[in-house]
Design a protein around this ligand. Structure first.
Ligand code: CA
Length: 368
């Protein structure tokens, strides 16, 4: 079932322009609306132009990538009960503009914006060890996260498209595209997808995960997956209870979170269908930081303790947050709040303002 749905939604690169407007990917999904509460506030540099945020799964240390030509860097932070401290700072090569980052296959991958270059760093030392040209049909490099099946990476380019990057079969290549939509809210194209983070479904939809899995902390599941991915960095599987490493837990349907540029919205995207299953509305978080850049470009899930973290460009704070149900979902017009006015990436190739005229939601959607 899952395989067939995935096949319908992910499109081969050459077919995307022809097929991306086809509707009929199943019943309309009504996204759940979430708000948040701040659990903890840590210091964040007001000169850190955040473009990517990811935790190392085996030790819980935080890596941030920052942008701007000539000023891009990787920062490694230690977070403990006392607070946050910078452990290492690494400048980007050349004048490359840093974007999304993600750990994969024992390395740290790091996108660049328009330089068409993927850098590969040592996951321990953050030394540059490899890289490749990224002229893979992607307009720009924006967010980066790992594919739910851990077979490769997924990137965004500021449009409504997510791109699957195959790193396992010869030269790196884009193997498929996925268009993101929210038909229940009249958004056949959810554009402006920015920083990405794969987050276990149990964080936002615990009711959809069987009880025997909910009974375990999310971190345990992620630790299991980390062990698989990193060949058991801790040297022991003993912390993983009642789930054998070969098992395929239901959390393979993790959701990809992506903030929408120039809005307060974070989309929770089903990586099989492209449907937005939930919206996190950060609304007044921008009032808590004194910055011009209201861009929540740092979203990261800390697997070792199951915590969520958010920061943004030049924000003076890094927030640990928890999801809460939105207190008044009927008061929110999602299309108004979460539709960006920007046309970027693949979107830039299309005529502005034609969201409502195509048939991406087909007869199953509410678009009209
Ligand atoms: Ca991230």
């Amino acid at each position: 079932m899952r395989g067939r749905r995935a096949l319908q939604a992910w499109l081969a690169p050459l077919l995307v322009s022809a097929l991306a407007t086809c509707g009929g990917r199943g019943a309309t999904v009504t996204p759940k609306l979430f708000s948040y509460k701040v659990v903890r506030e840590l210091v964040h540099s007001t000169s850190a132009f955040t473009e990517g945020l990811a935790f190392r799964e085996w030790d819980g240390k935080l890596v941030e990538s920052t942008g701007l030509s000539g000023g891009s860097k990787l920062m490694l932070y230690n977070i403990d009960k006392e607070g946050i401290s910078v452990e290492k700072e690494v400048n980007f090569p050349s004048r490359h503009f840093g974007e999304g980052i993600e750990f994969f296959d024992g390395k740290l991958y790091s996108l660049t914006w328009k330089n068409r270059r993927m850098h590969v760093f040592d996951r321990h030392t953050l030394e540059l060890i490899d890289g490749f040209h990224f002229d893979l049909g992607i307009y720009e490099g924006w967010g980066l996260t790992v594919a739910p099946d851990r077979s490769g990476l997924i990137s965004g380019d500021g449009s409504e498209m997510l791109h699957r990057i195959d790193l396992n079969h010869g030269s790196p290549r884009i193997s498929a595209h996925l268009a993101v939509r929210d038909c229940a809210n009249d958004m056949p194209r959810v554009r402006g997808i920015n920083e990405l983070e794969l987050i276990p479904r149990v964080v936002s939809h615990p009711e959809q995960v069987p009880m025997q899995h909910v009974n375990h902390p999310p971190a345990r599941f992620e630790r299991l997956r980390a062990n698989e991915l990193y060949h058991n960095e801790t040297g022991s599987n003993s912390t993983v209870a009642n789930v054998s490493p070969g098992e395929d837990p239901p959390l393979t349907t993790d959701l990809i979170w992506g903030n929408i540029i120039s809005t307060m919205c974070v989309a929770m995207i089903n990586p099989d269908s492209g449907d937005v299953e939930g919206w996190l509305l950060l609304d007044d978080i921008y009032d808590k930081v004194d910055t011009f850049n209201k861009v929540a470009n740092g979203i990261a899930y800390r697997a070792i303790d199951g915590t969520l973290w958010v920061t943004g460009k030049d924000w003076e704070k890094l927030f640990q947050i928890e999801l809460v149900d939105h207190p008044d979902p009927s008061s929110i017009d999602i299309a108004k709040a979460c539709r960006t006015r920007w046309h970027l990436g693949y979107s830039a190739l299309r005529s502005p303002g034609n969201d409502r005229n195509d048939d991406r939601c087909g007869s199953t959607g509410n678009a009209h």
